[in-house]
Design a binder for this molecule. Structure first.
Ligand code: FAD
Length: 365
């Protein structure tokens, strides 16, 4: 039997950030991941955007989490000898005079000042549909998700702590002072299993609302500025002759199969961002499922009955932006008893959603 401090289930961006946090604090951890090629973390665009939504509001906890993420990814680049974090401004094309007016109001709000770059009248960007004007959002970034996840996987494998196996929930034994799984005995197990939490008997009761998303890669000779360009959908240049466009939202069909409906929806969105009807050719199409929650807040904390069984999940459409900061907060909660962010603490859902049903599965209390 091998003793470790933590077992982590899921080497997505959430589980990876947490594992790094523990290792940096001198704790031992092993990770189980079924090496799922279309996990959300591999499909994701990796944009970190501080101002989002139709109302152009500051994204939840962005003033804490985004600067933290920047430092985290930049120092991880040195540690992993890899380049994946790119500061990249967002160019928001206004869809109407109403949106333009909303932005003009934001410019006057002190909270928003650090994020506000230039504001432009219509007709400045000849290739783009900017007739209602546009503005630049600062302190945004793009994480090259596949490069980062591959580098992390290599790192964990080189340390001998990543096991490319499907975690069998039925085989977990919950003991009075920890857990046992296969040859491992750990003080705690932490589930960072993304939307597959729906199959997880310990945490599927939490109010998840996963959402499938699809992204296209398009070949095109159109000349685009280097920004992430946003107008309902987003477009991002990935090489001189290609760009990505995303993403769709579908809460019904939870799988990672690319669909012709999403392809048509995204192709239709191209001329709403790029002027005219640029000639494009689809060269890539991917789909994944975001681990969204009903409250749009993560689900962090301990199982109501099994204190050594924890959840670090529910990062929705913002896993790259939020996971580094919340991994630190979560480790502080486990190791030093610092309270969790009350909006992310899963205990707020227990009264309404949890029904003790007796978890079968070979687990014992
Ligand atoms: C189309 C799309 C676009 C997105 N764009 C962005 C974006 O621009 N910016 C951003 O920040 N976020 C974006 N996201 C969201 C982001 O992908 C998620 O927030 C993030 O991936 C969540 O990370 P996670 O580690 O919790 O889950 P996941 O990425 O789903 O990872 C979970 C991991 O757990 C493993 N796993 C699950 N069950 C088991 C099991 N039983 N045994 C072993 N392993 C298991 C899986 O193999 C997987 O590797 C996007 C998502 C999609 C789908």
């Amino acid at each position: 039997m091998r003793g470790v401090d933590f077992i982590i289930v899921g080497q997505g961006i959430a589980g990876s950030c947490l594992a790094l946090e523990f290792l940096n604090r001198g704790k031992s951890a092993v990770i189980f991941d079924e090496d799922w090629k279309d996990a959300a973390c591999l499909v994701a665009a990796g944009v970190i955007n501080p101002i989002t939504g139709q109302r152009l509001v500051k994204s939840w906890r962005s003033s804490l989490a985004h600067p933290y993420a920047k430092n985290f990814y930049e120092s991880l680049e040195s540690q992993l000898h890899s380049k994946f974090y790119h500061p990249r401004k967002i160019l928001q094309l206004c869809k109407s005079d109403i949106e333009r007016g909303l932005w003009n109001r934001r410019i006057a709000e002190p909270d928003y000042i650090p994020y506000i770059g230039g504001s432009f009248k219509g007709g400045i960007f000849p290739a783009l549909n900017d007739s209602f004007g546009s503005f630049v959002i600062e302190h945004s970034a793009w994480v090259e998700t596949q490069v980062l996840m591959e580098a992390l996987k290599k790192y964990f494998l080189s340390r001998g702590i990543l096991f490319p196996d499907r975690f069998d929930y039925c085989a977990l034994e919950v003991l009075p002072d920890g857990v046992k799984y296969g040859e491992f005995r750990a003080k705690k197990i932490i589930f960072a299993d993304g939307w597959r939490v729906l199959e997880n008997p310990f945490f599927s009761w939490l109010p998840y609302r996963p959402a499938k998303g699809e992204i296209l890669t398009l070949k095109s000779s159109v000349l685009l500025p280097p920004h992430v360009i946003h107008r309902g959908n987003w477009i991002m240049k990935c090489s001189d002759d290609s760009f990505r466009i995303g993403s769709t939202w579908d809460r019904e069909n939870l799988n990672s199969v690319p669909t012709s409906a999403a392809r048509a929806e995204l192709l239709k969105a191209v001329p709403s961002i790029i002027c005219g009807c640029p000639e494009v050719k689809v060269s890539g199409h991917s789909a994944g499922v975001r681990p969204c929650t009903a409250t749009t807040r993560p689900h962090l904390g301990a199982h109501p009955e099994f204190s050594s069984v924890l959840s670090f999940n529910g990062f929705g459409s913002k896993g790259y932006a939020l996971s580094p900061y919340f991994a630190r907060e979560f480790a502080d909660w486990i190791l030093s008893g610092k309270p969790l962010d009350s909006e992310a603490d899963l205990s707020r859902h227990i009264k309404k959603f949890y029904k003790p049903v007796g978890i079968c599965l070979g687990s014992s209390r």
